[in-house]
Design a protein around this ligand. Structure first.
Ligand SMILES: Cc1ncc(COP(=O)(O)O)c(C=O)c1O
Length: 424
């Protein structure tokens, strides 16, 4: 029987079982020495700044906002295309969110739109290195300097990506990373702030480190959930479980995967799980993963290049545009096609699960009605499709994905297509 290919691959360091058993045996699941080691190791890997661990990437962002002591009601500019949680956390921190449109070719904040969104109340901007592609940092930093703004890089998708040879996260005043299960470095949840100014870094550490420890039962539940996710993504298990649901849904033109995503809701007050410390066992997993990160990123990049070759010849397909001076880590491989929804259905019916939108067009999310503005390029970018190129894919899988997508696209051309707008 043909196995189905999942849209996601979870990165797991070698010896995961031994790492958890070691921490458990020493009674150091929640607190222990690995937290400080991991913070130091991440800061050393990135090459500058003070790293401070947190329960989530979003909480690392929240502590940065609090430590910067931005006045209540100050404006913060966030890309219109991002994960809804980030503007929501800025609101919880008492700021007014202003959205700026993205460049549809890179999916990242457009420096011109950014500058237009600035007012005399703007204090900070959040360039998000979406899908693992670095933003145009030179242009963004120039705008920030001109207007005297804090720059907080959202590196949730981009650990290991580089702009002009330098790791993302080291360009702004601060940055944050996510270690949620699907991210470039997975520690089954958690996040890290990186702050360049030592005093501000100390303030972030005071906030993050004064939270109570996560209860051991909750931590064990989180690790078990991570193991379950990993189990259900194994090709044979996915083929027998999640995939049949997706397959029948494709026939019925339904979208069950939307129920897997975190429901959009107010985060004020912050949920209890947020205000906890990052744990020792997760840090130990992070240390082991950090040793494999470059290899994982390179393997993913190789698969992305292969996909470029397979799809690049099709005139109506736009493969990811990578500026010459950046290193993309392809957290998502995002492609414009003529008729996205039709392609998704055809791919799923042939055993390849693909994703449509990994983040949100925040300018149409009801929670942010007060900040709604026109963002046509974010709307356009939401019409792209994300194809699997993750590092766990076998050579055969990759060939199969490319063949299925090519065939689906070629078959599409025999049917009426939704006109595709041009994306340079
Ligand atoms: C662009 C972006 N920023 C921030 C985050 C937040 O990370 P976390 O889930 O660790 O809070 C995510 C999570 O998926 C994300 O996609």
């Amino acid at each position: 029987m043909l196995t189905a290919i999942s849209r996601y691959g979870v990165r797991i360091p070698q010896n995961l079982g031994k790492i958890v058993a070691h921490c458990r045996k020493r009674g150091e699941l929640a607190r222990g020495p690995f937290i400080a080691h991991f913070e130091d190791a991440l800061s050393a890997y990135l090459g500058s700044g003070r790293a401070v661990s947190a329960s989530f990437g979003r909480m690392a962002f929240f502590y940065i906002l609090k430590a910067f002591q931005l006045p209540a009601g100050a404006e913060i500019i966030v890309p219109a295309l991002t994960f809804w949680v980030i503007p929501e956390m800025a609101r919880v921190a008492g700021l007014k969110v202003v959205f700026a449109d993205v460049d549809p070719a890179t999916f990242n904040l457009d420096p011109e739109c950014l500058e237009k969104a600035i007012t005399d109340r703007t204090r900070a901007i959040v360039p998000t290195h979406l899908y693992g592609l670095p933003c145009d940092m030179e242009a963004i930093l120039r705008v920030a300097e001109r207007h005297n703004l804090y720059v907080i890089e959202d590196c949730a998708h981009a650990l290991g990506a580089r702009y002009r040879g330098r790791p993302v996260g080291t360009f702004g005043h601060a940055a944050f990373f996510s270690f949620q299960a699907l991210k470039p470095l997975n520690t089954f949840g958690g996040g890290m702030a990186l702050v360049q100014d030592p005093q501000l870094g100390q303030r972030v550490a005071d906030l993050a480190h004064s939270e109570p420890w996560l209860e051991e039962s909750l931590l064990l539940r989180r690790l078990r959930f991570g193991q379950l996710q990993r189990f259900f993504m194994k090709p044979a298990v996915f083929t027998m479980t999640g995939f049949p649901i997706l397959w029948f849904s494709a026939l019925l033109q339904a979208r069950p995967d939307v129920y897997l995503w975190e429901a959009i809701r107010s985060l004020n007050p912050l949920p209890a799980a947020y205000t906890r410390r990052y744990t020792n066992v997760q840090a130990a997993i992070g240390l082991a993963g950090l040793r494999e990160l470059e290899k994982w990123n390179e393997e993913t990049r190789c698969r992305a290049r292969r996909m470029d070759e397979a799809l690049g010849g099709l005139p109506w397909v736009v493969t990811p545009r990578v500026p010459p001076d950046v290193l993309h880590i392809y957290y998502q491989y995002c492609v414009y096609v003529p008729n996205r929804d039709d392609l998704v259905r055809r791919a799923i019916l042939r055993g390849v699960d693909v994703e449509t939108l990994h983040v949100d067009v925040c300018t149409r999310v009801g929670l942010f009605r007060d900040s709604w503005t026109s963002a046509p390029c974010a709307e356009r970018a939401a019409q792209a499709v994300q194809l699997p190129v993750y590092c766990g894919l076998k050579e055969n899988d990759l060939r199969r994905i490319a063949a299925v997508i090519r065939r689906a696209l070629l078959n599409q051309t025999k049917k009426p297509l939704v006109a595709s707008q041009s994306v340079q």
